[in-house]
Design a protein around this ligand. Structure first.
Ligand code: FES
Length: 166
């Protein structure tokens, strides 16, 4: 595979990298940029562990080529919040203790963030729809749903009060 110069905007920082354009975005994030929030699960676009936000929407970084996201805004779990100031979806997951092994949590948080970016007052059906293809093998589904509802309630209350999402 021939390398090309690629420019990626990740978590607010611009990176110029020499890469084959068909390289999966997940490999670039983890191997070249050291961002280990997105996880390698199935590598086939089926489990959601590798999810990241591209222009605010959740995508599976294991099946999207790096060339397809050049010039677009990529946000990983690391770019959502900080240890001192959690993103409201991260905060909801902590408050609901919505993790066992934790491997799926990146994908769950990104999927819910992507949904609430578009639909801050998402219905129960929309929340469940956003999580349908996010796999959790520990059976933490009830806590994850509770976290998603808590995040939805937080952001919709903020917007009703005239605040911002994040
Ligand atoms: Fe990307 Fe499973 S690792 S969807």
């Amino acid at each position: 595979m021939r390398s090309e110069t690629m420019t990626l905007a990740v978590n607010g920082t611009t990176h110029v990298l020499e890469l084959p354009p068909e390289t999966p975005l997940l490999f670039v994030l983890r191997n070249d940029l050291g961002l280990n929030g997105p996880k390698y699960g199935c590598g086939l676009g089926e489990c959601g562990a590798c999810a990241v936000l591209v222009d605010g929407r959740s995508v599976r970084s294991c099946t999207i080529a790096v060339a397809a996201v050049e010039g677009r805004e990529i946000v990983t779990l690391e770019g959502l919040g900080t240890a001192d100031r959690l993103h409201y979806v991260q905060d909801a997951f902590v408050k609901e203790q919505a993790a066992q092994c934790g491997y799926c949590v990146n994908g769950m948080i990104i999927a819910i963030t992507g949904l609430l970016n578009e639909k801050p007052e998402a219905s129960e059906a929309e929340i469940r729809g956003a999580l349908t293809h996010q796999l959790c093998r520990c059976g933490t589904h009830m806590e994850i749903l509770a976290a998603a509802r808590r995040a939805r309630d937080t952001v919709s209350a903020r917007l009703s009060a005239g605040g911002e999402c994040a």
